[in-house]
Design a protein. Structure first.
Length: 131
């Protein structure tokens, strides 16, 4: 049996890709990598990682994930900034999910900032939703 592929769509195994970020052995080097790891956190049901990578100024006090939502794919459409030497960036993406027997799409342009060497999700403009 082959190792499980990462939900974020890079083609790498989960352990080689977002698993390293989720378990704390690595941090996202770019805003896009943070988007991918946050998507994977939704897919594997890891709200602690989502909260840990959310800007404290905009982070909710808690986060509950709906176990009925099955995340089925991520498309990164565009990035602005968010590179290894940037302090801010945006990533536009589409996240696909299935819930209640129907397909759902969430399109978002997310904003990120780097603080103490770590990328954090600040907020985003959402077009569409799950549920």
């Amino acid at each position: 049996m082959s190792p499980k592929r990462c939900p974020c769509g890079t083609g790498l195994t989960y352990a080689e890709c977002c698993g390293r970020l989720h378990d704390g052995t690595a941090t996202a080097g770019t805003a896009e990598q943070l988007v991918r790891s946050r998507y994977s956190a939704f897919a594997v049901g890891d709200p602690a990682y989502l909260l840990a990578t959310w800007d404290p100024a905009t982070r909710p006090p808690s986060l509950e994930l709906d176990p009925a939502v099955r995340w089925t794919g991520l498309e990164v459409l565009a990035t602005t900034g968010g590179g290894p030497f940037d302090v801010e960036g945006t990533v536009t993406f589409r996240a696909h999910a299935r819930a209640g027997g129907a397909d759902h799409l969430q399109a978002e342009r997310s904003r990120f900032r780097r603080a103490d060497g770590r990328w954090l999700y600040t907020d985003g403009e959402v077009d569409g939703g799950v549920g």
